[in-house]
Design a protein around this ligand. Structure first.
Ligand SMILES: Cc1ncc(COP(=O)(O)O)c(C=O)c1O
Length: 425
């Protein structure tokens, strides 16, 4: 064990990691493009974009340069009463590109805060309108919207939230829509409409809940009903935003658009922590009042951090370059071929793809986050130079857009090789 790892083990508590018998963390010294390098000289293809954040690759020169240049100008300033070029420039770039006539950007500093802000805004919207009885949030079973209390409340009651279930607020849960249940889902919205503030959803792919994918047409139907009932629709695009589903934003797959959009992760190309909650004009207008109590009293020390906004703007420009757009299309195509190939493996169930994301279950017991096969798969693939981190027995990939054809082939061959060597049940 290196000195660094020994010190880590003595000092640090890692996220989403059982501490007892925790495997030694791998000390990463640097990254380049799709690759991560450790202190023992190994290299790994980062096939899950370091928890879905890295868009253009690690240590991207243009992003690094904008970070450096911004740090020389202003690194941080209180955002109440002050503004700065990076925040305004980013808002001006994002607003016209976001689905659904978004009019204002509210900044925070991660995905959980972006959803927390959206939930609070929705509840206060109705309070400001003199209808405080509209305070319930509707969310999907299997959802994950973050780890703060509001975000946990609107997430599934799962292994992530079980210890807190008695202190989370009640929500109205809907199953993911299917042809069989769509009428029931709509009926639930109708039945509770007068008490519902908002409906929050991860459009088309539920990430941490197990890469569950569902139908755009059915989501569109639900959004249509919600809108007819004046329910605020919150698209949590923290994971699905910035090209992951093949479109810049997953909400582009639906005809009906959200009233609020939450963004983070790929927002800065995966370089800095930043959250965005974008809202339509009518939401914003409910907070413009001479009554001080109608103010949105919410903010974070690092709201709209200039460094984060500067790199987000650079990342957004990189995303729009034709070469990136072509590359995303290329990944989508390679994924479709890979999905056909995966069907030959008997150990694989429920293969699914949306854009740059492919997921499937390996047939070792129930679909569960606590399925031990995850650790085995991670280790097997890492020993062969590919980093994936299955959600229990749900294996998936979602690489940075800079992945080369050779790296893609290596990733696929290591994963398929893993499938033929799975331990017997
Ligand atoms: C859809 C979704 N919303 C919110 C979050 C929370 O983001 P963060 O981890 O930045 O707090 C995540 C994180 O995985 C997510 O996938």
């Amino acid at each position: 064990m290196s000195n660094l790892v020994a010190q880590d083990k003595a000092l640090i508590w890692h996220p989403f990691t059982a501490q007892k018998n925790m495997p030694n963390p791998i000390a990463i010294t640097h990254g380049k493009g799709t690759l991560l390098f450790d202190e023992d000289g190994h290299q790994y293809i980062d096939a899950i974009s370091s928890w879905w954040v890295t868009l253009h690759g690690h240590a991207h020169p243009a992003i690094a340069d904008s970070l450096y240049q911004q740090a020389l100008r202003i690194e941080q300033v209180i955002f109440a009463g002050f503004t700065h070029q990076p925040a305004v420039q980013l808002a001006a770039a994002l607003l016209p590109a976001l689905p659904g006539n978004m009019a204002r950007i509210f900044y925070s500093d991660n995905g959980s805060t972006s959803t927390e802000v959206a939930i609070k805004m929705s509840i206060q919207y109705w309070w400001n309108k003199g209808m405080p009885e509209r305070k319930k949030i509707v969310a999907f079973e299997g959802a994950y919207h973050g780890d703060t209390f509001g975000a946990m409340s609107v997430s599934d009651r799962s292994v992530f939230t079980i210890a807190f279930k008695d202190v989370l607020f009640d929500i109205i849960s809907l199953p993911l829509p299917t042809q069989a249940n769509i009428s029931d889902c709509k009926a639930i919205l109708h039945q509770h409409a007068s008490s519902i503030a908002a409906f929050i959803y991860e459009p088309l792919v539920q990430g941490a809940g197990g890469m569950n994918m569902y139908d755009a047409h059915l989501l569109n139907e639900l959004l249509n009903t919600a809108k007819l009932l004046d329910i605020i629709c919150i698209a949590d695009e923290v994971m699905t935003g910035f090209g992951r589903t093949g479109m810049f934003f997953a909400s582009e797959h639906m005809h009906k658009k959200p009233d609020i959009i939450c963004l983070s992760k790929g927002l800065t190309g995966g370089t800095m922590a930043l959250g965005v909650t974008a809202v339509t004009q009518y939401i914003y207008d409910a907070f413009v009042s001479s009554d001080a109590l109608k103010t949105f009293f919410h903010g974070h020390s690092f709201t709209a951090n200039p460094l984060a906004c500067a790199v987000a703007y650079t990342s957004w420009q990189l995303l729009q370059e034709p070469s990136t757009v072509d590359k995303i299309a290329w990944i989508c195509e390679r994924n479709s071929t890979a999905v056909d190939h995966l069907r030959k493996y008997l150990t694989v169930k429920n293969i699914r793809q949306l854009g740059t994301i492919v997921a499937f279950e390996v047939s070792t017991g129930e679909k569960s986050y606590l399925n031990n096969i995850s650790a085995w798969i991670t280790q097997y693939c890492m020993q062969r130079g590919v980093y994936i981190r299955p959600l229990g027995n749900t294996v998936y990939w979602m690489p940075p857009y800079c992945i080369t054809p050779h790296e893609y082939d290596t990733m696929l061959s290591v994963i398929t090789d893993m499938l033929t060597n799975l331990p017997k049940e």
